[in-house]
Design a protein around this ligand. Structure first.
Ligand code: ARG
Ligand code: ZN
Length: 890
């Protein structure tokens, strides 16, 4: 690797935090919008923070041209300040300062989608984490909070709509074809929550009455032609507002709340105060372009950004190491929001299952790789690389554990105290933990390790039953693997929810020896030591333990279940999560064994016990279709890979396909009935009940196509041709494009794919699906990806499009990406390098696809290492990409 010391980026450490030398009180900014040169005049009042050891006035600035710098009315001489490494330092500043700064931004050339940029001729901003410094020199750190007044000026024809945070206080004509709008945000905020939007946009709007009776204006802004796709986002926003009032007593604090959609966006969405900016993917929906999954995604992301208004904006982060303070908490809130909206107990459980799947598949993998970091990291090179599943999803699990430990009301009390103490402040993860501990009296000192230690803990359970004494004993032991920079982990405080099933499948009454609390179903054990034994008294029969109910902690649970016990749990557990889990354990066991058999060239066979267990679930109409769907869904290839020390993607794929085909063969008539019995004729509605039916029906269809004949092919073809909504159309097309049957049918499948393109070529989000579907199909190899990259609709510069083809191939098509000749990795390297020039954040995300290279066989490892090195040696590598590849190679 190149060791060019000068270009090695700086690591930032949490322990080096120093309070800002100066606070900001007010900020006034004027923007003259022009894609070539946007002029920005900023005037801010600042005062010394006498409690800080930082004596200088420090501002950050990047990629901007500084035209003017005035302090207290006087032009600053070059000798009065220095600019180096993106920092402008004013020496000997007085205690009270008014700074006037003029900067120029080439927004039209900004392809990074951070700071001020142009998309389809419209202006947008993205300032989290450190984009504001690409707009003006500023103390761009989240603990510096000021009140902002923004005046936008621009051409009336090109930019008829001018939006910023807060309330519109003035607008008017400037003559010469230009106009202006002035926005005032009454709340103090850090600069990362600043936003502006300007351009040709239209909106759906509505006056909405809060519980308090106050009326607010809600708007969803989109490009012309998309107003038929905003209703669901608007509905989701109203649901979010009501939910936060009811569940947490939190009210919208502004008179106006705006959502704006752009097709060029690095992530999902952004919670800028009163002016949320969204990826179109999480706004636009109608039945003909969006699937049930899209509808659910929009609901949860609209909720997520809205909930940030309290958890993130009113109470923000002291520094970026505390990112999970707002993200983990807000993900927990959006998960609860979605679960509450479904309403039913099974619906809640299915949502939980879906969330845990993501956690296990992506976060557990991150925790086991070179980028592993604690929920509150100790260091980073580029903060944008730390918007991770660990910060978000594991962070949400950490918040959920408070909820599990303190109970529904206890958690609410903790939240109330958190806001009472910290409204208007920038605080740390420890402050949240203190609010939870102080409001409940629960000792949460050891709980801190969930924030400081990386890695996925493993909890091993051992049980014994003493029939004479009627005592059932369970011993729980915990370990946690080493992670980069951290070895010898200390024990975590782990809530382990447990139930015991009798032979009749019912929960036994639980009484812990020496304790007064009892339960008719579940008890939460608190594992705090390395190993602890819990004894249940009055147990008159040897039970089947249901451990870690509802996934009460983000750990791997090891327990030597027999197949019979798992079958018993799958058929009876009152905890739907563990019921599903039992099925997944049965499946995983078989998938691992079969993968080994594939490698040894042995004959493959699927046992009757497993087939019959799935048949029983599939045919149990007392179970919600959504639950049957998740039970029927096999662990993904990525999940199966986690079971192996050395991963062989091809054999895993073959084994999984074999299981799918065997199930399809044996359950054919059951699958056909499930298909027939879950049709949803009539007008499409995204509600949970009909979505669940479509889900089960389409999983049945996918199975049927795994062991196909002409009739099942026709079923899929007909569903594709006659679908009245995107959910059914895409499910059918996905089946068809994974199809390997007769030549005639394969050709017909290809024609369907072409027709889909033709029918939807003007709907960018649908074309993304078209690329995605092909990229993740087993029929798509590296050559096919290269061919698709030449398609006129493909471009690397749109993040959604790049993700749909490239990311899906590299992350969701392991058997092809890991081609034995290394051609997948060569493509990866090429594209990381190309993206690095355009958009470092997106490039760094793609760079993560090779994180786990040390888990593969030697020949693949060699190819992967070469690809990583090729990227690492590239000139002008962004610190985003450099951090990822150097950690991978370390
Ligand atoms: N705060 C935003 C959200 O979670 C995401 C911002 C991501 N920023 C970034 N630089 N990656 O809703
Ligand atoms: Zn967030």
């Amino acid at each position: 690797m190149r060791t060019d010391i000068a270009s090695q980026p700086l690591t930032i450490f949490r322990k080096d935090y120093i309070a800002p030398g100066f606070w900001v009180d007010t900020v006034e900014m004027g923007f003259d919008l022009d894609p070539i040169a946007t002029h920005v005049a900023t005037r801010m009042t600042m005062r010394r923070n006498h409690d800080s050891s930082e004596k200088n006035l420090v501002l950050f600035g990047e990629t901007i041209k500084l035209l003017q710098l005035r302090m207290n009315g006087v032009n600053l001489k070059k000798s009065a300040y220095s600019i180096a490494d993106g920092k402008l330092t004013i020496l000997n500043a007085p205690d009270v300062v008014t700074l006037e700064i003029e900067t120029v931004i080439a927004a039209g050339k900004n392809t990074s989608m951070s700071g001020l940029y142009v998309s389809n001729g419209n202006f947008f901003t993205q300032c989290e984490a450190e984009g504001f410094r690409k707009i003006t020199y500023y103390p761009d750190r989240p603990d510096v909070m000021g009140t902002f007044t923004i005046m936008l000026r621009g051409d009336k024809k090109k930019y008829p709509v001018l939006l910023s945070n807060g309330n519109l206080i003035a607008e008017g004509d400037l003559g010469d074809g230009r106009h202006y709008a002035t926005w005032e945000d009454p709340f103090k905020k850090p600069s990362y929550l600043f936003a502006l939007v300007a351009g040709k946009l239209v909106c759906q709007e509505e006056k909405y009455k809060l519980k308090s009776g106050r009326k607010v204006l809600l708007q969803v802004w989109v490009e012309a032609g998309n107003l038929d796709k905003t209703q669901h986002a608007m509905d989701s926003l109203k649901n979010s507002i009501r939910w936060d009032e009811e569940r947490f007593g939190l009210e919208l604090d502004l008179d106006r709340f705006m959502i704006v959609a752009t097709s060029d966006f690095n992530m999902g969405a952004m919670e800028n105060k009163g002016l949320n900016i969204f990826n179109t993917k999480y706004v636009l929906a109608n039945p003909s372009i969006a699937t049930d999954v899209d509808y659910a995604g929009i609901e949860s992301v609209v909720g997520h950004e809205y909930f940030h208004n309290w958890t993130g904006n009113r109470v923000t982060c002291r520094d970026w190491f505390q990112l999970s303070l707002k993200e983990g908490l807000t993900v927990f809130r959006d998960q609860e929001f979605s679960a509450d909206l479904v309403g039913t107990e099974t619906g809640r459980a299915v949502k939980r299952i879906e969330d845990v799947r993501v956690l296990r598949q992506v976060q557990f993998s991150e925790d086991a790789g070179p980028m592993a970091h604690p929920v509150r990291p100790d260091s980073f090179v580029e903060i944008n690389n730390f918007y991770t599943v660990t910060i978000y999803e594991k962070g949400a699990e950490v918040v959920r554990m408070y909820y599990t430990l303190l109970g529904h009301d206890g958690f609410r009390k903790g939240m109330d105290l958190y806001f009472k103490r910290h409204d208007g402040q920038a605080v740390a993860c420890d402050d949240f933990r203190a609010a939870m501990a102080d409001s409940s009296g629960h000792d949460l000192a050891q709980f801190e390790r969930w924030y400081s230690q990386a890695g996925t803990p493993r909890v091993k359970a051992e049980t014994s039953y003493d029939a004479d004494a009627k005592i059932y004993q369970i011993t729980l032991s915990q370990t946690c693997p080493d992670t980069p920079g951290q070895s010898k982990k200390l024990p975590f405080h782990i809530p382990v929810a447990i139930g015991l099933l009798g032979a009749d499948g019912k929960d036994l009454k639980l009484q812990l020896e020496g304790q007064t609390t009892t339960s008719n179903n579940t008890l939460v054990l608190e594992l705090t030591a390395e190993s602890q034994t819990f004894r249940f008294t009055g147990i008159t029969q040897k039970p089947t333990p249901s451990i870690l109910r509802n996934f009460s902690a983000p750990v791997v649970l090891e327990y030597a279940y027999t197949d019979e016990e798992l079958g018993h749990l799958l058929a009876n557990d009152s905890d739907p999560f563990n019921r599903w889990e039992a099925g997944q354990r049965l499946a995983t066991r078989r998938l691992v064994k079969l993968t080994n058999a594939v490698q040894k060239g042995e004959e493959l066979e699927l046992d009757a016990m497993f087939i019959e267990a799935l048949r029983a679930t599939l045919n149990d109409t007392t179970l919600d279709p959504s639950f049957r769907e998740v039970v029927l869904t096999l662990p993904s290839e990525a999940m199966i890979a986690e079971e192996f020390a050395v991963v062989d993607p091809q054999s895993i794929h073959t084994a999984r396909q074999f299981v799918r085909a065997s199930l399809a063969q044996h359950l054919k008539s059951d699958l056909l009935s499930a298909y027939e019995n879950n049709l949803t004729p009539g007008k499409y509605s995204p509600d949970a009940v009909s979505a669940a039916k479509r889900g089960l029906k389409n999983v049945a269809l996918a199975y049927l196509l795994a062991w196909p004949d002409d009739a099942t092919f026709m079923l899929a073809k007909t569903q594709f041709d006659e679908a009245q909504n995107m959910t059914d159309r895409l499910a059918a097309l996905s089946g068809l494009s994974n199809f390997s049957g007769s030549a005639k049918n394969t050709k017909a499948a290809a024609q369907s794919l072409q027709k889909f393109y033709k029918d939807f070529k003007n709907e960018a989000l649908v074309i993304d699906k078209w690329f995605m579907l092909q990229a993740s199909a087993y029929t798509c190899d590296v050559a096919k990806v290269r061919e698709l990259m030449k398609h006129s609709a493909f471009t690397l510069s749109n993040p959604n499009r790049a993700r749909s083809l490239i990311f899906n191939f590299c992350n969701a098509n392991p058997a092809r990406f890991h081609a034995a000749d290394g051609s997948g990795y060569a493509l990866w390297a090429e594209l990381v390098i190309a993206l690095n020039k355009l958009n470092p954040q997106v490039a760094a995300r793609l760079a993560r696809s090779l994180d786990r290279w040390k888990k593969y066989p030697q020949n693949l490892q060699a190819h992967m290492k070469a690809a990583l090195q090729k990227v690492a040696e590239t000139k002008k590598l962004s610190k985003d990409v450099l951090e990822v590849v150097s950690k991978a190679l370390a």
